[in-house]
Design a protein around this ligand. Structure first.
Ligand code: PRX
Length: 655
């Protein structure tokens, strides 16, 4: 890692316009420096001030950071709050009739809901869950929903009663859902009959039935079903209940359950490079603080904004920048059920124009595919309402950045390229749009209170201009608290012995340039980023190996202009090497299998069969060699540790 150099040379600099800077929440370098100095001289005092000024506590905290048992850090632990109260009740007197959510469905139907209406909806569902279904604080509730107002209501209702939610992305298969239900030990699932994307129905309730029917999910006592599509589904009278029936006679007010700042607000499963998905456990107070601060700092939130984050609530971006952050600051936000390309590639631009969106936050993969489908389409729409653009999920290529800036933002909107992770809870390294000069492709500088660094394998800071391992050197309030049910894995994964357990290991490679700007170079392990989704190789490999025909499998990414990466799988079959048609047929069987096991996003684009895989003597698969083969590149890397070099020639030839 310490030898990694940035191959990207990007010298363009974009300064915020005077107009933008004048109105920005943070508008001068001195202000930023002052915050940095404050955090530097009194780290805990800085965070205590932020937490006091931004969050409404039912009982104020007296302890700031508890580091007695690192890396299990605890922030504001004796403080009591309710996250839903902070997102809803506190706006009831100041702005009850402000629109909280503008929901646009796949077919273009628009629904608006005010803060007061949202509050009542959340109260009714929370009453239904706690009084009727007897869901208690600390119980885990799985949410498997389409993008909808109801998905946010479900998350907020859980937060209100102190239940810990775990949202599972609606594109995941029954098997993935089942694994997560079992790991979380959930007693309730909130789902919908279906969702509509791209003009087609996604049958969610059927998938829930399949997951629950596969065994191991006996912990689930209730399934709450939101009626979205009205298609025929199976309702089990013992377990299943329609959401509209559950809330029908419930009072539309409720007292929130006050919880400790450390109470787990949610678990969100994320794929790692090895082993099963990790249940990233977040807190309440610290998490909410970063969600709120970054709405103000990174997104320069203003009362009049129409904020639109295009992520799905199944990912952390949809948690922090849909379900919690925008509501905590009292914003009006757009929520979209569909996809950017339906009915055609004008959809995003049309929606920005129709809803007068001011702050637009999306992923590089969406930007790349929209460039491909219609470079000039944004020009056909009135996008003058936009004042700020954001990017998240993977490094954005400078050319895509420049297109986004000039064509979507008309050259006047700063772009906040926000680096963060499921585990960090909120933005970490990101521009302050009124202050930071931007360099396309760089997420620029750490936010105040975030102590990032780039180090080599021994934990020493690398000099500017060199690449290395991205670490965070001090605990911060919105950090991951644990891997659900697996504290040892939490320690090993994020606070490894390599750095004496002191630094948080982000798992990304990064380069810092002469100005101290951070350039993320991707994962240091083998996680693939396909269409904006981070997929663990191990999960896909495990799915392949679970098929009776397969003996071994290794999965690597192959660069793709649109998807970021496509998946290439190298497979060793139980039987002989297949030839001709047999090879194609087997590949198809395995592709379908992976789709069923994990979901379409994990489907390998290409499957190559071999007699073996390249392995080190200790038995580790050398994926970096497979990456070169997948790209049809000459192998120039060191192969001296390879146990079976001849296999490389075979894998190159065999398709
Ligand atoms: O590799 C980094 C990449 O996405 C990873 C985190 O993925 P996930 O937990 O799914 O969260 C995605 C949404 C926050 C990071 O370790 N990543 C995320 N944002 C950026 C990024 N890489 C480069 N630039 C970014 N802005």
């Amino acid at each position: 890692m310490s030898t990694i150099e940035s191959i990207l040379t990007e010298n363009r600099i974009f300064k915020p316009s005077q107009n933008f800077t004048e109105q920005a929440n943070l508008s001068e370098w001195q202000e930023y420096k002052k915050l940095l100095t404050e955090a530097d001289s009194d780290y805990e005092g800085f965070w205590a001030r932020m937490a006091t000024e931004n969050i409404d506590w039912n009982k104020p905290f007296s302890k700031i950071l508890n580091s007695d048992n690192p890396p299990f850090f605890r922030w504001f632990e004796d403080g009591e709050l309710n996250v839903s109260w902070n997102c809803l009740d506190r706006h009831l007197t100041t702005q009850p009739n402000k629109v909280a959510i503008i929901f646009e469905s796949d077919d273009g139907n628009v629904t608006r809901i005010t803060y007061k209406q949202l509050y009542h909806r959340v109260c009714q569902l929370s009453n239904g869950l706690s009084k009727e279904l007897k869901i208690l604080p600390g119980d885990r509730v799985i949410i498997y929903m389409p993008m909808s107002i109801e998905a946010v209501v479900a998350m907020q209702a859980c937060a209100r009663i102190g239940a810990t939610h775990s949202v599972v992305f609606g594109g995941f298969s029954a098997k993935s859902l089942q694994d997560r239900i079992i790991d979380a030990g959930a007693n309730c699932v909130i789902t919908a009959d279906g969702g509509i994307r791209n003009g087609k129905e996604v049958f969610l309730k059927n998938t829930v039935d399949e997951a629950l029917g596969s065994g191991g999910c006996e912990c689930v006592k209730h399934v709450v079903v939101y009626q979205r599509t009205k298609s025929t589904i199976n309702m089990d009278t013992k377990k299943d209940i329609w959401m509209h029936d559950l809330v029908q006679n419930q009072p539309d007010v409720s007292n929130p359950v006050w919880v400790s700042s450390e109470h787990p607000l949610f678990i969100l499963y994320t794929s790692g490079s090895t082993g099963k998905p990790k249940g990233v456990q977040h807190s309440s107070g610290g998490y909410l603080l970063q969600a709120q601060l970054t709405m103000k700092w990174s997104f320069d939130y203003k009362q009049k904004d129409i904020f639109w984050c295009t992520a799905d609530v199944g990912w952390v971006t949809g948690h922090t920048y849909i379900a919690y952050g925008p509501l905590a600051v009292g914003a009006t936000q757009v929520i979209f059920e569909g996809v950017p390309t339906y009915p055609d590639a004008n959809r995003f631009w049309q929606m920005i124009a129709n809803h007068s969106v001011t702050v637009f936050y999306t992923a590089p993969t969406a930007i790349r595919s929209l460039i491909k489908l219609g470079k000039d389409l944004p020009k056909q729409h009135n996008l003058t309402s936009l004042r700020l653009l954001g990017s998240v999920g993977e490094p954005i290529n400078p050319e895509a950045w420049v297109w986004y800036h000039s064509t979507v933002g008309s050259g006047k909107c700063p772009i906040v390229d926000t680096w963060w992770q499921t585990e960090t809870g909120g933005h970490m390294i990101t521009p302050l749009p009124g202050i930071t000069p931007l360099k396309p492709g760089s997420c620029t500088l750490p936010l105040p209170g975030i102590v990032a660094d780039v180090v080599d394998e021994s934990g020493e800071s690398v000099e500017k201009g060199k690449g290395g391992i991205l670490v965070i050197k001090k605990p911060w309030p919105s950090m991951i608290r644990n891997i659900w049910g697996d504290p040892e894995r939490f320690k090993k994964t994020y606070f490894p012995d390599d750095f004496d357990g002191k630094y948080y290991l982000a798992g990304d490679g990064a380069n810092r340039d002469a100005d101290g700007y951070y350039w993320i170079m991707g994962r240091i392990d083998d996680v693939l980023v396909v269409s904006g989704h981070n997929l663990g190789t191990m999960e896909i490999e495990s799915a392949l190996v679970a098929h009776p025909l397969v003996a071994e499998a290794a999965v690597v990414g192959k660069p793709d202009n649109v998807k970021g990466e496509t998946i290439v799988a190298f497979v060793v079959l139980q039987g002989d090497l297949p030839i001709g048609d047999e090879s194609d047929q087997t590949a198809q069987i395995l592709r379908n299998w992976v789709t069923k096991q994990i979901g379409p996003v994990a489907k390998p684009e290409e499957i190559r069969f071999g007699d073996n895989l390249p392995k080190t003597r200790s038995g580790k698969i050398m994926r970096r060699l497979l990456r070169s083969i997948a790209k049809d590149e000459e192998i120039t890397q060191d192969t001296s540790t390879l146990e079976n070099p001849s296999i490389l020639e075979q894998l190159k030839k065999v398709r």
